[in-house]
Structure formats: C-alpha cells, structure tokens
Design a protein around this ligand. Structure first.
Ligand code: C2O
Ligand code: CU
Length: 489
C-alpha cells in the first residue's frame, strides 16, 4: 500500500483542523478532498438502479459578509457565496429541487452538462420561470465527468450571487493526484446589477455606467486581504479546479513558484500541458495539476481585465513555517513565462471532425448605445426622483440583438460549424448550451473570441434536440443582445 492509498479522508481532515488553530485569523483554511489513490477507491455499484442523488437549493435573500469590508445584501443559494458545491460521480442520477424565495421569478442552468432540453433552465424557452414561492425539480444524469457550474439564467441574477460549482468526478482520471480543491472565482457587486448604459435626466445629468461596478474579486468567497488557504504536503500532486463564475471578468491565473499542468478544459480531458499562466473567461473551467515540490506559502492570483486588485488565494505547505506569502507578492507567471494558448492543448479521445453540413458565419459587434426603456418614474422610493430616457449598451450577432434575432436553425444529425469573428472592442466568451463543441483540437462549451477581429471556429454534431441558447457569457453582453437560439427544426 503506498502513501497515497493510505491517506484516509478523516485523518486528513483532522490534520486540517489542527492547522486552523495555528493560522492567523484572517486566513481561512479550506478542507481539501483527498483521493485515496487510483485503484484504492471503492467503485460504486452501477448507478442505473439506484435512487437519484438529491440536492436542495433555496434561492433566497441573504446577507454576505466580506471580512473587514462589511455586510452586503445578496441573493444566494442556501445563503452561500459561491453556492454550495454540488458533487456527484460520473453517471449518477441527480435530482435537484430549487425553491424560489426571491421576490421575482428564477431558473437554474447547469452549465456544460448536455442534458435534455427541458432541464436546461432557460426562462420562457425551456420552462416558465419558477415563481416566487414556487419550486421546480431538475433531474438529469451527471455525465460526462468534469468541472461545471450552475447559475440562475434569469436576467442579471447571476450577478446577485446566484452561482455555484458543480463537480462530476470521473471514474478513472487520466492523471493521478493526491488531493483536489475547487477555486470558484467571482466578481462581486455591492448592490443590485443593472444593465450598462446611461440615462439623461431632466437636468441633463448623466446616470449609469459602462462597466459593472464590482467592488472586489473573490476566490471561494474570500477577498485578497483574507484569502482562502489551500494546504498541501511536499511531494503531493494537487488538482485545482479553476472555475470562473464571474459576471463579466476575464482573468489571467498564475501560482507563485509553481507551474500548472493543464489536464482539462471545460471538464474535458486534454493531454497534460505545463504552463505558467492561463486566461479564464466567465463560464470557462480549467483543471490543472500542481506538483507540490517547492515548500513555502505561495500566492495563487487571478489578475482581472479591470482595475481591481487581483483575486487571491494561498497555496500553503503544511511542512513550512511560512503562513502566508510575503505582502504584495504576485506570481511571476502573471507577467512572464508561458501563457496557455488554446492551440497548445490536445483533447483526449477526440471524435473525428466531420465535414460540416451547415455553416453559420457570425459577426460579433456592439457596444453602442441604443434607447432601451425608461428610468423608473419619480416618486416615493424611486431612484432619486429621476425620469428620462435610458440608453443601454447593445451587443449584436450579425447585427441582430436578441430577442429580436432569428434562431440558428439546424437539423438532427447534422455536423454544424459556427465561424465567429469579433468586430467589437471587447472579448466575448461564447457559450453553447446542450452540446460540447470542438475548437482547435479540444472539446469545450465556452470559447473566448478575442478582440481585433479575433476568429474562432466551433464544430458540433446536432445530437440533442431542442431549443438551446448560444450567447456571450459576459452577462451584460448576453442581456444586451449577444444571444441567439439554436433550434432543431
Ligand atoms: Cu452559463 Cu447560458 O450559461
Ligand atoms: Cu461578450
């Protein structure tokens, strides 16, 4: 029996507890999940005949405290930010009951899982919104394995805090590891999200803004000055599941003193590829392996494409006396070294690429202001007595802004290609519901189309009938029109 097989979860947890007592109060140790080694693990009985694994999510108003910054009114799942981690084993049946205690409708989308259309959680497309006081039960198979996310798909609700990680453990990982952690990266609003734009009030004053006013970037709900701490032991191989649950922020992620070996993107396995940093956009996931062979306390940082300080966590060796990285140090990988390019990756068991039966050429554009509704009328409780026309940012695909946009119509069984070009001044992480696609030599469900006429080609097979969404995963671009339906006809 080797050491990996020997580690027992409860022993590891005892170790973690002991460390909590020694850490300064501003750091928060995350208990890791140890893996009792490949081969040493109990294979569950075939799940076909088993009862579904049940989860309950309550969408509710809740107070969320960021240490030393204050208490904020959020809308959360089960009072947590990020929402509770939903974890299943590959192939297990999941039954998730969502109760709506919010003052408006809601739905939940299980991002990346190619489930049947009726479970996809799109208001007025796949289901009526769950009304306040109501509930809805989603049921689907946790397959394939991978790191996923779930979030409200009702307007800008994800930026209230209605987001969380969804992990489907593989039966046989293609890369061995001793321990794993989930890193959920979020951008945090102090108040309620509003569409981006400007309003001119009667006095001619401009209101509104062109970027969401995030106040902090968090990893697992912790701000940079009081980061989550991930403990490792020298010699371990640690799997980090990086999940970008942000509304609008793209990050460059790196770890001080360590390279990251990319093993999965959007849950799908790739040939292990070592890098110093990688970009991760809203909706994307990267699983990486870190070889713990440089003792100390190291920063894990996610540097944003906005002006906020980087999101931070700590990789801490339990055999080191250092409790936290030196103040202010950022990983060298954020400014130098090897930055992952999508073309570096090669998927495992890639299906052969079929010649497309149907091709869509789509131009992403926008950012201009369009009249978009009215400010709330003046009156008691109104927003400062403002009235006036509201201008909102419009984002388009081939000049059309959803919902005033033609569906992309496809037939069952077709090989479909989508060719994207970005003519706008912002990057767009484009996400397809209900299907994985091939981009380059990997399988993903969300792919960034960079600025300066960035181009991306996505190929997928129409094998999951229904009405699905294809949209930018920047919430404000999605809501501003950069969305289409992909409809089987
Ligand atoms: Cu994660 Cu339509 O989104
Ligand atoms: Cu976008």
């Amino acid at each position: 029996m080797d050491r990996r097989t020997f580690i027992h979860a409860s022993l590891a947890n005892l170790g973690a507890l002991a460390f909590v007592a020694r850490l300064p109060s501003e750091v928060f140790e995350i208990p890791g999940k140890t893996r009792p080694g490949l081969g040493g693990q109990m294979e569950g009985a075939p799940t076909g005949n088993e009862a579904p694994k049940e989860f309950n999510l309550v969408a509710e108003r809740a107070q969320f405290e960021i240490p030393s910054r204050g208490v904020f009114e959020k809308w959360l799942y089960n009072g947590q930010l990020p929402g509770p981690e939903i974890r299943a084993r590959e192939g297990e049946r999941l039954r998730l009951t969502v109760r709506n205690n919010l003052p408006e409708g809601t739905t939940v989308h299980w991002h990346g899982i190619p489930l049947r259309n009726a479970m996809d959680g799109i208001p007025d497309v796949t289901q009526p919104p769950i009304p306040p006081g109501g509930a809805f039960t989603y049921e689907f198979d946790a397959a394939p394995s991978g790191s996923f996310l779930y979030h409200s798909h009702f307007g800008l609700q994800p930026d209230r805090g209605l987001i969380g990680p969804l992990i489907v453990e593989e039966k046989k990982p293609h890369v061995a590891y001793d321990r794993e952690y989930t890193l959920a990266i979020t951008d945090f609003l102090a108040g309620a999200p509003v569409p981006l734009g400007r309003a001119i009030n009667a006095g001619g004053a401009k209101m509104g803004m062109l970027a969401p006013p995030y106040v902090a970037l968090l990893i697992n709900g912790r701000p940079p000055e009081a980061p989550a701490v991930f403990s490792v032991k020298s010699g371990e191989r640690v799997r980090l599941r990086l999940i970008n649950l942000s509304g609008a922020t793209i990050y460059r992620v790196a770890i001080g003193g360590h390279r990251m070996t990319v093993t999965h993107t959007d849950g799908r396995p790739v040939e292990p590829f070592p890098v110093d940093s990688l970009h991760i956009a809203p909706g994307e996931r990267y699983d990486v392996i870190v070889d713990a062979n440089t003792s100390g306390a190291w920063p894990i940082a996610a540097s944003p494409d906005n002006d906020l300080p980087a999101a931070r966590a700590v990789l801490r060796y339990t055999d080191s006396n250092e409790l936290k990285p030196r103040e202010g140090t950022l990983p060298e990988g954020l400014t130098g070294g090897r930055l992952l390019q999508l073309g570096d990756l090669h998927g495992i068991d890639l299906p052969e690429l079929r010649k497309p039966n149907r091709t869509f050429n789509l131009t992403l554009a926008g950012g201009a202001m369009k009249p978009g509704g009215m400010m709330a009328p003046a009156g008691p409780g109104g927003p400062g007595g403002m009235t006036g026309e509201m201008l909102t940012q419009e984002w388009t695909i081939n000049g059309q802004a959803y919902p005033n946009a033609a569906p992309l119509e496809i037939h069952q069984g077709e090989a479909v290609r989508i060719r994207l070009v970005n003519e706008s001044a912002m990057p767009h992480p484009m996400h397809l519901h209900g299907h994985f696609f091939r981009v380059g030599n990997v399988i993903k469900d969300t792919a960034i189309v960079w600025t300066h006429a960035g181009r991306v080609e996505l190929d997928f097979v129409a094998n999951n009938p229904g009405a699905w969404l294809f949209h930018c995963h920047n919430l404000y671009h999605m809501e501003g029109g950069m969305t289409r339906q992909v409809r089987y006809v």
